[in-house]
Design a protein around this ligand. Structure first.
Ligand SMILES: O=C1O[C@H](COP(=O)(O)O)[C@@H](O)[C@H](O)[C@H]1O
Length: 284
């Protein structure tokens, strides 16, 4: 098992000796951990963290843009609560300067409840445009090409290639979730998904065998995550407590979320509620 890890990690640049794949004592790389006993405090601090990253990307420059990539699932509700309905934070968000991308997307029409964009639009985008009884200017949102959905293998590859061509050179911030199997983006653990985690040349891939529905998706590769200026995970709920132990304490390198820690290191912050972090010692 260790050999597999070495091979896989050997493809990444070691942050301490970039020209060599020999020195891979990555278990010591530190990530930041923020823990909260109250849901409200968690989403507020998460919102504040995003605002901070927005401010450093824009630095009062009206022409600058904030390139952010978001995940699906539980992320949407946290974004709504932390950015849109939070009255302290909402007025400081410069939405028109935001360029929003999706870390992964399910290859279904946008009106399908499985669509990450569809859910983001419903939970975050539509409410923010009408927040505070006024019509607000929204961000620019980059979606996959919906017209290609249902076109089979060639079309699915094209969706991934087209989406990759839209991405900025690097992201100011990538917001990730972690599934109860340790997946992040649509990068899943297990040998049958090695084609996804081992890809470092292309930025976006078609995932053709997702173990969770729908089976066809696109996903950022680790190459995109590795180049981000900041990466934050948001993980909530008791169903995540075992995997959080595997990721943060055991540091099982077979898990894609652990690979993110290993390759991004100190630029990663984990936001956890107490139920997800129940097996993580308090002094961590
Ligand atoms: O399938 C997915 O799951 C992960 C985790 O979602 P969560 O609801 O457990 O937070 C998500 O980050 C990813 O974008 C999504 O497509």
């Amino acid at each position: 098992m260790r050999k597999t890890n070495l091979r896989r990690i050997g493809k990444f640049r070691c942050i301490r000796c970039p020209s060599s794949s020999k020195h891979i004592d990555i278990k010591r790389i530190m990530v930041k951990l923020e823990r909260f006993s109250e849901e409200k405090a968690l989403v507020h601090e998460f919102g504040k963290y995003i605002l901070e990253k927005q401010d450093s990307a824009l630095a009062d420059n009206a022409d600058a843009v904030f390139n952010i990539a978001i995940s699906g699932g539980s992320m949407n509700q946290a974004l709504y609560e932390g950015l849109v309905s939070d009255k302290d934070i909402f007025p400081h968000i410069k939405w028109p300067q935001w360029r929003i991308f999706f870390c992964d997307e399910r290859l279904v029409p946008f009106e399908d409840p499985q669509s990450n964009y569809g859910q983001f639009k419903k939970i975050v985008l539509d409410p923010l445009v009408h927040q505070g009884d006024q019509l607000n200017l929204g961000p620019t949102v980059y979606t996959i090409n919906e017209s290609l959905i249902g076109g089979g293998e060639t079309a699915n590859k094209k969706i991934a290639e087209e989406y990759a061509s839209l991405l900025p050179a690097s992201f100011d911030l990538i917001l990730l979730g972690c599934g109860d199997d340790g997946h992040t983006c649509s990068l899943f653990p297990g040998v049958e998904y090695n084609y996804l985690v081992e890809e470092m040349a292309r930025k976006v891939l078609w995932c053709y065998n997702s173990p969770k529905p729908p089976k066809d998706r696109i996903t950022f590769t680790l190459a995109v995550v590795a180049d981000a200026k900041n990466v934050a995970f948001l993980v909530k709920g008791p169903s995540k407590k075992a995997i959080m132990h595997d990721v943060l304490i055991v540091k099982n390198s077979e898990l894609p979320s652990v690979l993110v820690n290993e390759i991004v290191g100190a630029k990663v912050t984990w936001f956890l509620d107490d139920t997800a972090g129940a097996l993580i010692p308090q002094n961590c």
